[in-house]
Design a protein around this ligand. Structure first.
Ligand code: HEC
Length: 271
């Protein structure tokens, strides 16, 4: 009796497993196709890949310095607090209060270290000055990706056709943001290649005025900045990895224990 049950049960289990595996395969293929299509639609420019490392605290500190000095006048990152940034980046609260906070609140008081990383620019002013409100940058490394930010910050060029802004960007054509780091990179104008679809393709840049940094130094600064923005978008990542290592170790230990337990249970039955 038990033998027949065994025989009828087995093929059913196998069938269910095959079905399950097939479903997994379909899901994997479908998600990778959708993801591929979504990335392809993002930008027509080949994005550069920076060597970022969110566990490198020195790089994050340098990136934070650039961010608070040059970006927070217009942008906010107010899902995040300065005090959290201090703790994560290995800085003291006093250090952050004195060297990383340059914004004021609505009443004109200097922002405190426990506050959110906001600025005093109102939505109306932003719209008036730039036509669009400078977006919150706390999650941009997730929405746009680190490669996008890195390449964007390296792709500003002079464009007389842009009126007031005077610059354009190959990664984000028609962006309302000025080239805020021009002093470091210097000004560049585009080199046009072949015409395609009635518009000239930009194939490179020509340096018009020198910046205070060499191209290598500028790249390093943008790498640090991108690293910091990646940290902002996922501040818990390092902690998750740390806990993850212990969880893997625990599972490994448990697997060994379970194996011995199984041997123990089956010892008498197998006989
Ligand atoms: C003078 C104001 C100003 C400053 C300073 C500034 N930005 Fe912007 N930024 C803007 C505006 C305005 C936009 C919106 C552009 C648009 O959508 O056309 C923008 C857009 C962006 C975007 C695109 C966001 C998205 O998802 O669309 C990124 C990334 C960005 N800025 C990064 C930076 C960084 C990094 C700095 C500091 C180095 C910085 N910005 C400094 C005004 C500014």
């Amino acid at each position: 009796m038990s033998a027949t049950i065994e025989r009828t049960k087995m093929p059913h289990t196998v069938r269910t497993m095959t079905k399950f595996l097939r479903m997994c395969l379909v899901l994997i293929v479908a998600t990778s196709t959708i993801a591929g299509a979504a990335t392809a639609a993002e930008s027509s420019v080949a994005l550069e890949v920076p060597q970022i490392d969110t566990s490198n605290k020195k790089s994050l500190q340098r990136g934070a310095q650039v961010f608070v000095n040059h970006c927070m006048g217009c942008h906010t990152a107010d899902y995040h607090r300065y005090s959290r940034m201090a703790a994560d980046l290995g800085l003291s609260d006093e250090d952050v209060q004195n060297n990383f906070i340059f914004t004021t609140d609505e009443s004109g008081e200097r922002t405190k270290v426990g506050s959110l990383m906001a600025n005093a620019m109102t939505t109306d002013y932003g719209r008036q000055a730039f036509g669009v409100v400078p977006p919150n940058l706390a999650l941009t490394a997730r929405s746009r990706g680190a490669d996008w930010i890195y390449t964007y910050m390296k792709s500003f060029y002079l464009d007389e056709g842009r009126g007031g802004v005077g610059v354009n960007n190959t990664v984000y054509p028609g962006a309302a943001m000025p080239h805020v780091l021009w002093e470091y990179q210097g000004w560049r104008k585009p080199i046009y290649g072949e015409e395609a679809h009635k518009t000239s393709v930009i194939t490179g840049f020509e340096q018009v005025t020198e910046g205070s940094m060499t191209p290598k130094e500028y790249d390093n600064m943008i790498t640090d900045l991108t690293n910091f923005m990646s940290y902002l978008a996922d501040p818990i990542k390092e902690q998750r990895h740390r806990i993850g290592r212990w969880v893997m170790l625990f599972l490994f230990g448990m697997a060994i224990l379970t194996w011995f337990l199984k041997q123990e249970y089956w010892k008498d039955i197998k006989k």
